[in-house]
Design a protein around this ligand. Structure first.
Ligand SMILES: Cc1cc2nc3c(=O)[nH]c(=O)nc-3n(C[C@H](O)[C@H](O)[C@H](O)COP(=O)(O)OP(=O)(O)OC[C@H]3O[C@@H](n4cnc5c(N)ncnc54)[C@H](O)[C@@H]3O)c2cc1C
Length: 319
């Protein structure tokens, strides 16, 4: 809950470093808080809170996006060391991170959801290589995003995070949390767009009056505020459930789906209120617009959210 409030405020202030802070402390660290041993917590949490160690999250692969069950990265126990091989793509902050929280297959020949585990992997290992920085991603200019190769990366046995072959549950818990914090960061950006649009509408004069005097403009502001308020309440509801340790997969999917659509509508309205100047780099609306679009894809696409929600509804009916 506290992280949600911080995410909204920093994004609303247009703070450039917020994405990497949030990625490191939530995506990269939440699973250590939940599943880590005392030694892992002691080793990683204090330096991350102090900003002395950065973390990233490595789920996605070149061939594997929405369907994590087909993950190809493997971890094999050789003696007392895990050996990791594979590639991870789209890793936000991957080129800056000191460690990644990585998901890999540890038992083949069973359903991947029963043969997946989680690891804390140091990025300074000689077998770790940033294959490519993905500059073309539609995020703000300062964001790092990497395609990372893991080639015989041998790490101590104690690098396993959570139960062996229990990585699927770690992943699901991580995604539920990631989705709500991501929602709040996006809502912060949308709030900024609303504030800019509202102020602009009182200053821009057309037909001899501020454009805010036209219902075609002021009603857009009202709609933007309504979407923002509704989405924020939904995020708070789900954040409280997660904080209380209640199962929240359906609720976090509902929250992510609704917020992604709300943010998209808010930012689209903001662009419309500013007219042509909103499309230029004179105003940050165009950057917020690009980030808003990503919300409908990253951390599970709109379609995957609908799939998760529908699956839960049908599960209840079938019993
Ligand atoms: C900027 C950026 C940052 C990212 N950061 C990270 C990160 O830090 N760590 C990480 O691990 N990953 C990260 N990702 C990956 C992100 O989570 C994936 O892009 C996302 O899960 C979608 O996977 P995909 O891009 O491979 O699309 P695909 O899975 O290939 O999907 C393509 C299209 O098919 C649709 N589709 C797929 N399956 C179904 C289905 N069953 N029913 C209906 N439609 C379906 C999708 O909704 C989508 O529209 C990032 C991505 C981007 C672009």
């Amino acid at each position: 809950m506290a992280e949600c409030i911080v995410d909204e405020e920093l994004a609303a202030a247009g703070h450039p470093a917020d994405t990497i802070r949030s990625v490191s402390l939530t995506l990269g660290t939440i699973s250590i808080l939940r599943y880590g041993t005392e030694a892992q917590k002691k080793r990683h949490i204090p330096p991350r809170l102090a900003g002395e160690e950065l973390a990233a999250l490595a789920i996605t692969e070149p061939q594997i996006g929405s369907d994590t069950s087909r993950m190809q990265t493997t971890a094999t126990l050789k003696g007392d060391r895990w050996v990791i091989n594979g590639q991870k793509r789209f890793i936000t902050g991957g080129g800056l991170a000191d460690h990644v929280t990585l998901f890999a297959i540890t038992e083949r020949g069973t359903h991947p959801h029963r043969g997946m585990s989680t690891f804390i992997v140091p990025m300074d290992h000689p077998g770790v290589r940033i294959k490519r920085q993905l500059d073309e991603v539609i995020m703000a200019d300062w964001m790092d995003n990497a395609l990372i190769e893991f080639d015989d990366v041998d790490i101590p046995r104690e690098s396993l995070l959570g139960p062996l072959n229990g990585g699927y549950q770690v992943l699901m818990d991580e995604l539920d949390t990631e989705r709500v914090t991501y929602c709040m960061a996006s809502l912060g950006g949308a709030r900024r767009a609303l504030e800019i649009a509202a102020e602009y509408s009182t200053k821009r004069v057309q037909f001899k009056q501020p454009i805010a005097m036209f219902e075609g403009v002021s009603f857009k502001l009202a709609e933007m505020y309504t979407y923002l308020d509704a989405a924020r309440q939904l995020v708070y509801r789900t954040a409280k459930m997660i904080e209380a340790g209640a199962p929240a997969q359906r609720e976090s999917a509902v929250t992510k789906l609704f917020t992604a659509e709300a943010v998209w509508k808010i930012v689209d309205h903001a662009m419309q209120v500013l007219g042509g100047i909103g499309y230029t780099t004179d105003f940050p609306i165009q950057a917020i617009f690009r980030n808003a679009r990503l919300m409908r894809i990253g951390a599970g696409s709109d379609e995957i959210m609908k799939f998760l929600i529908a699956r839960e509804i049908l599960k209840e009916i079938k019993g």
